[in-house]
Ligand binder design. Structure first.
Ligand code: 4AD
Ligand code: MG
Length: 452
């Protein structure tokens, strides 16, 4: 007998094929209703999609007295027939055998009673929150996103490189890194850390394989207790040989558009469930990305806009400042009402590896900023001339020796190249409208919190 998932059942076109054929379905109880005349209706979900399926159970079934005592969260295996509910135009299961797999011993103590739970509360029970409709939806969207990042890049012939998680090098220059030790000793005979970015390792591979990427965990020990920072998060990093900034911009836009399209296609119901929770009746924010509605603008133009704004008069805005969260919000949500691709930042506020432009003041880079979220992508061309790279290392007061292997890449057959890093959780926040990044990663880690 075939085990079918709810999503498989809902996709059945020709119900006649299933006439008089028992199927098996396994899932967890969401809700249940028992009528006085001896029929019970149990809605179950199995995670394959957001929909539940209704199981109809008649009094004459074995175990009936036990079945009607089951509560939300119990797991059951059902053997039965698929029938069409003509009124509701959906499928139901007429059960003829039910096996109770996992009971809930003390339902009053089960933390996930069917009432409303705040996201803060659910975060404390991260091991149980996947059982909620909300976290099911987020999880399926995250899965579609990451799968399609791989799919897009593989189609474009990028090679997957698993960059190291333990490293002795700081990619960004002055990052706060978690130290890796064993019994308080430097296990590797050298100070080692959890990686803040696999970019430098990708650069080693791009210098022979031309198109490479990784999707991996990133660790940052910044004490940022905000709604968009995690201490452990996931990043897509790409690296492309022989490219100009324009190609990096295009790759960023195309990959976001492609994945948004796939999410909308595969997870339509999940998306609409999330929009409903936000009292939103449209998905324009996703459509804008699919249509690649980004405004491309130079850093200096952004500064000129901010300078003219009365509300920021007191802030002493001048060329060279960082574009803070406050300015990002103003630009994307009020001024342009669009996602922005900001190009060519001053070299002094960007890492040492970025390629300096002809003006000698700015670097060839982009930050992609989204409404309500902030930075989603950071990318750049990399300095590929050894003398210029050495100057950058010196100006940034970094230890040249430490970067020797990275410098080798410029000494032996150097090539122009560049790439970007995309924060997986930041993009999922944008798509799902979930306001705290801690709710779009399965087990969040942040300052003072590393449960699970
Ligand atoms: O801008 P970042 O720091 O860039 C890099 O690490 C480059 N080495 C990437 C590259 O060019 N290969 O980080 C890239 C993205 C950010 O735009 C943001 O979306 C996300 O990673 N990000 C974070 N996401 C969650 N929590 C944090 N603490 C994050 N820090 C950065
Ligand atoms: Mg950045």
């Amino acid at each position: 007998m075939k085990i079918l998932s709810i999503s498989e059942i809902l996709k059945i076109k020709n119900i006649k094929k299933f006439k008089n054929k028992n199927i098996i379905i396994i899932g967890w109880i969401k809700t249940q209703r028992h009528s006085k005349i001896g029929i019970s209706f149990i809605d179950i979900n199995d995670g394959s999609c957001i929909n539940n399926i209704q199981i109809i159970i008649k009094k004459n079934i074995k175990n009936y007295s036990k079945i009607i005592k089951l509560t939300s969260g119990c797991s059951i295996k059902i053997k039965g027939l698929i029938i069409k509910n003509k009124k509701k135009k959906n499928y139901e299961i007429n059960a003829n055998h039910i096996k109770i797999l996992g009971n809930i011993k003390n339902p009053k103590k089960y933390p996930l009673s069917p009432k409303y739970h705040s996201l803060e509360f659910l975060r404390k029970i991260s091991h149980l929150r996947p059982r909620t409709t909300l976290f099911g939806a987020i999880t399926r969207i995250r899965n579609t996103f990451i799968f399609n990042l791989h799919k897009y890049l593989q189609k474009k012939k990028f090679l997957l490189i698993n960059t190291p998680i333990i490293t002795s090098l700081d990619t960004e220059g002055h990052s706060k890194m978690f130290v890796v030790k064993y019994n308080n000793n430097n296990f590797f005979n050298k100070k080692s850390y959890l990686s803040v970015s696999g970019q430098l390792n990708l650069e080693s591979y791009v210098c022979s394989l031309s198109k490479v990427y990784n999707i991996g965990p990133i660790f940052r020990a910044e004490n940022s207790n905000t709604k968009k920072h995690l201490s452990e998060f996931w990043m897509l990093e790409t690296e492309l040989a022989f490219c100009k900034l324009k190609e990096i911009i295009n790759l960023s836009k195309n990959i976001l558009s492609y994945c948004s399209k796939k999410i909308l296609k595969n997870n339509k119901k999940d998306i609409y469930h999330l929009m409903n929770l936000n009292n939103l009746n449209n998905i324009n924010h996703i459509k804008n990305i699919i249509k690649k509605k980004f405004i491309e603008i130079d850093y200096y133009e952004i500064i000129n806009i901010l300078k003219k704004e009365k509300i920021f008069k007191k802030n002493n805005i001048k060329w060279g400042i960082n574009i803070s969260t406050e300015y990002e919000k103003f630009l994307t949500e009020k001024y342009f009402k669009s996602a922005l691709i900001i190009k060519n930042y001053p070299k002094n506020i960007k890492p040492f590896y970025m390629k300096i432009n002809k003006d000698k003041k700015t670097v060839s880079c982009i930050d992609i900023i989204f409404p309500n979220i902030g930075e989603i992508i950071g990318g750049s061309l990399r300095e590929n001339k050894i003398n210029k790279l050495d100057k950058n290392i010196k100006r940034n007061k970094l230890n040249k020796e430490k970067y020797n292997w990275y410098r080798d890449l410029r000494k032996y057959g150097t090539i122009p190249h560049g790439g970007f890093g995309l924060g997986i959780e930041r993009f999922i926040m944008y798509i799902t409208k979930i306001k705290n990044i801690r709710d779009v990663i399965p087990f969040p880690k942040y300052p003072n919190y590393s449960n699970f």
